[in-house]
Design a binder for this molecule. Structure first.
Ligand SMILES: [Fe+2]
Ligand SMILES: [Fe+2]
Length: 186
């Protein structure tokens, strides 16, 4: 018979610890991430999302051409979703005791993705696909980094990653539709 595992922390101890350091809010004793480092990483994720909001919004407003209506709608939807991501990340920074950095002066320097305007509709789609692929790669790396040291941040990034993969796929499909070149092996 497998011996019983010792219970992690007894309730009395747990209760006593929870009463200490109330100023730390959600960051309790067994938080295993480095709070400063996690906040710094999340500031860069926030910047990445904000740059995506701006790029998609710009593309939505300026997209023209016979077949731009469907693409415009897609750009608008993505802009709204990137905004949701930015909010989630900013809230998490706040929960961890940090101050979310919305300063536009250094936004592009902090962001992983770029703000590229694109010369025409196909160019815009391509730039968005590139940006999504950067986000996907970056977030997947972060998920592995957070592992079980900070499950809440990891789960949040996992949710965001799921959306970014969807976005990348949408842009990929639009690129095929507008460029007429299949990028996947048939
Ligand atoms: Fe996003
Ligand atoms: Fe995205």
């Amino acid at each position: 018979m497998t011996p019983k595992k010792p219970f992690l922390t007894d309730v009395k101890n747990l209760r006593a610890k929870a009463r200490k350091s109330l100023d730390k809010g959600a960051v309790t004793d067994n938080y295993q991430g480095n709070v400063e480092q996690v906040i710094e990483i999340l500031q860069s994720v926030l910047a990445t999302e904000l740059v995506c909001v701006l790029r998609y919004t710009m593309h939505y407003v300026t997209a023209t051409g016979i077949s731009s209506d469907g693409v415009k709608a897609e750009f608008a939807e993505h802009a709204a979703e990137e905004q949701e991501h930015a909010m989630l990340v900013a809230e998490r920074i706040n929960q961890l005791g940090g101050k979310p950095d919305f300063n536009p002066d250094s936004l592009t320097a902090r962001s992983a993705s770029q703000y590229s305007e694109g010369k025409n509709l196909v160019d815009m789609i391509r730039e968005n696909l590139v940006a999504e692929r950067i986000a996907v790669e970056h977030y997947r790396e972060l998920i592995r980094f957070f592992a079980d040291h900070d499950p809440t941040t990891r789960v949040m990034i996992e949710k965001i990653l799921e959306k970014e993969e969807e976005h990348a796929n949408d842009m990929h499909d639009l690129l095929i539709a507008h460029e007429g070149m299949p990028m996947l092996k048939s």
